[in-house]
Design a protein around this ligand. Structure first.
Ligand code: GLN
Length: 540
């Protein structure tokens, strides 16, 4: 029997209350007290994973070391805890049903009628327990996607009810709700929280702790009222006031004794205070920057807050590391043309061209890259951003008119970016890209070698296309140099431009590996380069 304590985080009243941040904060605080912790995200949608989801549907798709395409909440967890996650940390209804249906087809249920209870709920419980046993963790924080009352979350809530019954105090339920402030009444309102808890009770689940997201402080009276209506002690009603930065939440939650409350409910003794020294130093730098830079983020999903989540967060980490506030100006790639580019990129100290799929917005990205190359503005191209830099260089320096990626033009006379050999035979879309961590060897003497300060690195990938090696000598001779190579498959992973102060394109996604404790070296160096470009810092 596992010694793991299970903490479930369920959301009520409204979506977008920050269950992922609360779950990550709980995990962070427990880890900072010396416990081993991991996190599990249960997503109630029927897709197998978010890999096939459009960012408009579900924000960024986060990629783990082992190549799982997962919910972006796993990114928060890694950024908070500095511990990598894996495929086992994100389970969807699609995976659960697929597993159960496959078992049924194999005849494993021996003639039973296969039903939501017990077969689906058993599979959910199995996934939860399997992860806990795998790492022999002290705590497993499981976040259930969606909002209490959603039809699709019901089997998950039922699984929580059953686990509570089986495991008693080894199972803690944290319910995150909203306590809205009604300006006209001048009051905070508890009724939605009461209703949400009632809905949970209908499913047989009594929350142990209620975390109340609020714009204004909760009075003792109000906490007592919530406690009375929701069958919890008032010390279990935790205020979660809006914070300027998500990284303040663990500290705020500790001040509100959320971690103490969890430990006391789980009957775990721990006299140590959480070790948050470095975290607080980071917050201090974040709040009191000495400098400021403006960085352009060119992409086609810029109107969506969550589409480039990991990139935005990487800038937060790298900015704090440089004691610098990074102001991000998002620029829609479709709005960039020869006529608008100067105005769109005016005043920027650096430009990042984002990853992406499909031809929409490509020409704008290429135009932006030409501008930053010619004006010697620091440039970081990620995945598709790197591929666009290769296309731009081919067209405008090598004279390969109409050079393109075969992703956008299968008939191009110069396929400088082409589908990877290993991808050509694949027909399914889900989970079939080159995914996850692969090694890369850096060329000594290159800028990236100087940045990483090591020859062998490993970075996470998510792509189908690659630099076409037939053009390698031509590019190299003209100054676009491959400085990072995957030797096993002979793939160009990094391109650098000679004669430019800072122009780097990477085929991988550095943003997936940046955390508060280890800001990514490329982002740190890019922010530094932007600071130098802006004239606020002298060159090292
Ligand atoms: N669409 C490109 C490819 O599949 C780039 C992918 C990306 O930017 N993640 O290679």
């Amino acid at each position: 029997m596992s010694k793991t304590k299970f903490i479930f985080v369920l959301g009520g009243v409204s979506s977008s209350l920050g269950k992922g941040i609360i779950s990550s904060s709980i995990a962070k605080l427990l880890k900072a007290r010396g416990f081993s912790v991991t996190i599990l995200k249960l997503d109630p949608y029927i897709n197998i994973d978010p890999g096939t989801l459009n960012p408009y549907e579900h924000g960024e798709c986060y990629v783990t070391e082992d190549g799982a395409e997962t919910d972006l909440d796993l990114g928060h967890y890694e950024r908070f805890s500095n511990v990598p996650t894996s495929q086992a940390n994100n389970v969807t209804t699609g995976i659960i049903y697929q597993t159960v249906i496959n078992k049924e087809r194999k005849g494993e249920f021996l003639g039973e009628t296969v039903q939501v209870i017990p077969h689906i709920t058993d599979e959910i419980k199995y996934r939860i327990k399997m992860l806990a046993n795998k790492g022999n963790y002290d705590f497993l924080v499981t976040e259930i996607g969606g909002t209490v009352g959603d039809i699709e979350s019901l089997p998950y809530i039922e699984a929580v009810r059953q686990m509570r019954w089986e495991l008693g105090r080894n199972c803690i339920v944290v319910h995150l709700t909203l306590v809205p402030y009604l300006a006209a009444a001048g009051e905070l309102k508890t009724k939605p929280t009461q209703h949400s808890v009632k809905t949970l009770l209908e499913s047989g689940v009594q929350p142990d702790i209620i975390v109340c997201r609020t714009e204004k402080h909760l009075s003792e009276n109000l906490k007592n009222k919530i406690a009375l209506f929701c069958n919890v002690t008032s010390s279990s009603v935790i205020e979660c006031i809006d914070a300027e930065s998500i990284y303040e939440v663990p500290v705020l939650m500790h001040k509100e004794h959320l971690d103490d409350e969890i430990l006391s409910k789980a009957k775990v003794r721990c006299d140590a205070e959480p070790e948050l020294t470095n975290w607080i130093k980071f917050l201090d730098k974040l709040k009191h920057p000495k400098y400021e830079v403006n960085i352009g983020l060119v992409g086609k999903y810029v109107e969506l807050k969550d589409a480039y989540k990991s990139i935005n967060e990487s800038f937060v980490h790298a900015g704090a590391d440089n004691e610098c506030k990074v102001r991000i100006r998002t620029i829609h790639s479709e709005s960039i043309t020869d006529a608008t580019v100067a105005e769109k990129l005016e005043g920027l100290d650096g430009v990042l061209v984002a990853p992406g799929f499909g031809h929409r917005g490509i020409e704008g990205k290429i135009t932006a890259i030409r501008y930053v190359r010619e004006h010697k503005i620091p440039f970081l191209g990620i995945c598709l951003g790197m591929q666009c830099a290769v296309i731009e260089f081919g067209r405008n320096i090598l004279g390969l008119n109409e050079a393109n990626s075969t992703e956008f033009d299968t008939e191009t006379p110069y396929p400088v970016i082409d589908m990877m050999e290993m991808q050509k035979k694949i027909s399914g879309m889900g989970g079939t890209m080159r995914l996850g961590a692969y090694p890369c060897k850096l060329k000594k003497g290159s800028k990236v070698y100087d940045i990483y300060k090591t020859e062998n690195i490993s970075e996470r990938h998510r792509h189908r296309f690659e630099f076409n090696n037939e053009y390698l000598t031509q590019y190299q001779k003209a100054g676009m140099t491959p400085v990072g190579i995957n030797e096993k498959d002979n793939l160009v992973e990094i391109m650098e431009l000679k004669g430019h102060p800072w122009f780097i394109g990477v085929q991988f996604h550095p943003e997936y590996k940046s955390t508060v404790a280890s800001p990514h070296p490329l982002f740190r160096a890019f922010v530094r380069a932007a600071l130098e470009y802006s004239g606020k810092l002298k060159k090292k």
